[in-house]
Design a binder for this molecule. Structure first.
Ligand SMILES: [Zn+2]
Length: 87
């Protein structure tokens, strides 16, 4: 991920990696240092649209809910047996 776009590795050089935009036919590419942290060459203007931040937020919320549901399933407090005992 870089500035909201998804990239896929295109070519590995000795000291740099070349990445291209994942969304075809967009052909924007950028070069990163071998550690993928420093940008050697900034990407140009994409012909594709970036994934919307709102959608990403929804996906995060869903994954949070799933995580919570998992935790509740594992919690002994909601076992059916406990409800019987409290009556
Ligand atoms: Zn693109």
């Amino acid at each position: 991920m870089y500035t909201g776009y998804q990239y896929t590795i295109k070519r590995e050089y000795k000291n740099t990696n070349e990445w291209r935009c994942r969304r075809r036919p967009c052909t924007i590419s950028l070069s990163l240092c071998r550690n993928n942290i420093s940008v050697i060459r900034e990407p140009g203007d994409h012909t594709c649209t970036p994934p919307s931040p709102k959608k990403r937020f929804v996906e995060e919320a869903i994954s949070r809910m799933k995580k919570r549901a998992n935790e509740e399933t594992n919690s002994p407090n909601i076992l059916p047996g406990n409800y019987k005992n409290s009556c």
